[in-house]
Design a protein around this ligand. Sequence first.
Ligand SMILES: [Zn+2]
Length: 120
Amino acid sequence: MRMDEDKNIRIYDENNFYVDLAVNIFSVLADATRIRIILILKEEGEISVGEIAERLSKSQTAISQHLAKMRLSKLVRTRREGTTIYYSLMNEHAYNLVAQAIFQGEHINDKKPTHHINDN
Ligand SMILES: [Zn+2]
């Protein structure tokens, strides 16, 4: 790993210890429902399984199974209040991955993707 002095960002090389874990993160995110869940969690901050299920028109059981996998990979965390369990993003990384994937997707369709609309 080295640092880019100007931007103060880390640049990783191909021998990075976490490559296999990165594969796991991508595999967990390779699902439309899970991507939508991350977008909802980003928007809402914290939300119950029932509310997510309602917004996505899916069963609570199905959403719970997705959330369990996302929780195992530490993408989301839970907070219990009475009998209700609330979910939120563990940190900003999963949302940033999804946002970047959506930006990349825009390049397939658009000559000038909306995320570059203000570029010179
Ligand atoms: Zn772009």
